[in-house]
Design a binder for this molecule. Structure first.
Ligand code: AMP
Ligand code: ZN
Length: 109
């Protein structure tokens, strides 16, 4: 069994509040939301960090899915914030690449 938390969520070993899934990505609610809407979008393929990803097509698909999920699934037409924390210094705690999508209120920088 994988020791990666998000691989275990992907595999269904740990439950999540899923909001979207396709062949390439899974999106689920953050367990400690920082905004009224706070969703994590992960690639299904394990990549530890953005800095470790050498697959531009995968990154392109991931960001395209983020855009789709924010607008069409989460209804964040008013706007939203996309955050990727990279390595410890960037505040990354789970080492499986993930995109935070935050919205539902005015977001100060
Ligand atoms: P990061 O600091 O960018 O690595 O973000 C990790 C995020 O994962 C945090 O916002 C956590 O609240 C979130 N998180 C941790 N465990 C879970 C879980 N089991 N289900 C959903 N979100 C989680
Ligand atoms: Zn993983």
């Amino acid at each position: 069994m994988s020791d990666c938390l998000f691989c275990r969520i992907r595999d269904g070993d740990i439950p999540c509040a899923k909001v979207y899934e396709d062949d390439d990505v899974l999106a689920f609610k953050d367990i400690h939301p920082k905004a009224p809407t706070h969703v994590l979008v992960i690639p299904k393929r394990h990549v530890a960090t953005l800095a470790d990803c050498d697959d531009p097509e995968m990154l392109g698909r991931l960001m395209d899915r983020v855009r789709h999920i924010a607008d069409e699934v989460l209804g964040l037409q008013a706007g939203y914030r996309v955050v990727i924390n990279v390595r410890e210094g960037g505040g990354q705690e789970v080492f499986h690449l993930h995109v935070h999508v935050l919205g539902g209120r005015k977001l100060p920088f």
